[in-house]
Design a protein around this ligand. Structure first.
Ligand code: ATR
Length: 278
């Protein structure tokens, strides 16, 4: 009998670490499964859905989804978790009883990395998230569930942050603002850069006064070294700076547990995939 098949779909997909990660998880937990990468078609319309359906027809049990297909996967799914619904984006699918069930584990993976691996529990803390795009939409509900005293979403186009905050309606502890307002808001225990600025080597216009030396700064991008954001945090005296390697492994562990009913260890794998910041 064939083993259970899983895959990650994206375009381009050559850089993906998911087959390595899930392959090691499967070995560690003794699961009989395979995990491959699929370069999905960007065009024509409908070709992505056809690729997913062929994978299901060939016995596929689940799929991870990466750029640029997270919205298409959302549209294709029959059932979505609340966090996937708010994100409007899907990073994991499970195929069961002819249905496509969709999840988004990016946010929970991020929260778990911050709280468990980096030892920075968010409860009762002041937390600042930079950005209001897909990454933030995916992270917002898990962040709120971690019960920070204050959660501020800052974005260049402030109306985007405001719309997001309104949509969640979490009450007074969740607020939106522009970068200019941050200078008067004091220090935050945790500052998370969830903008796409680091991908082009840019720095969001965040004032150094938001950082707290005893706090932490987290860069969602993985393997970009000391980005301008992390450099600024370092210069402000922040000891705890991290990039998204832990989030990458933790979201994979969440998907694996959802699919297989068993949670793999993550520490050794995070260490193995870590690219030193400097
Ligand atoms: P995705 O959905 O993939 O996250 P996105 O919706 O384009 O992509 O979101 C990118 C985020 O990075 C946005 O919050 C964007 O700010 P705006 O909404 O104001 O455009 C932010 N961003 C990108 N480049 C930036 C830069 N140089 N400085 C500050 N914010 C930046």
């Amino acid at each position: 009998m064939m083993s259970d098949e899983y895959a990650v779909i994206g375009n381009p997909i050559g850089h993906t670490k998911s087959p390595l990660i899930h392959g090691l998880f499967a070995k560690e937990t003794g699961q009989d499964m395979s995990y491959i990468s699929i370069e999905g078609p960007v065009e024509p319309d409908g070709a992505f859905a056809d690729t997913v359906r062929s994978f299901i027809a060939a016995g596929g049990r689940g799929m991870n989804v990466t750029a640029p297909f997270k919205l298409k996967a959302f549209a294709l799914s029959d059932e979505r978790s609340e966090r996937a619904a708010l994100a409007g984006a899907v990073n994991a699918m499970k195929f069961e009883n002819g249905r496509i069930v969709a999840e988004n584990f990016d946010g929970v993976g991020l929260v778990r990395d911050i709280e468990v691996n980096l030892h920075q529990p968010m409860a009762a803390k002041r937390v600042l998230i930079l950005g209001a795009g897909g990454a933030v939409r995916g992270a917002l509900l898990p962040f709120i569930a971690a019960r920070p005293a204050e959660l501020v979403v800052a974005n260049r186009h402030v109306e985007k942050a405001e719309a997001l905050v309104e949509q969640v309606a979490a009450g007074g502890s969740l607020t939106a603002c522009g970068y200019a307002e941050l200078a008067a808001m004091g220090q935050f225990d945790l500052v998370v850069n969830a903008t796409s600025a680091s991908l082009t080597g840019e720095l969001p216009p965040v004032p150094a006064s938001v950082f707290s030396a005893r706090g932490a700064a987290y860069e969602l991008a993985y393997g970009k070294g000391l980005t301008p954001f992390l450099r600024l945090a370092r210069e402000a005296g922040v000891q705890g700076v991290a990039d998204g390697v832990g989030m990458l492994v933790e979201q994979a562990a969440e998907a694996f547990a959802w699919w297989r009913g068993i949670r793999p260890q993550t520490r050794a794998l995070i260490d193995r995939l870590t690219i030193p910041l400097e």
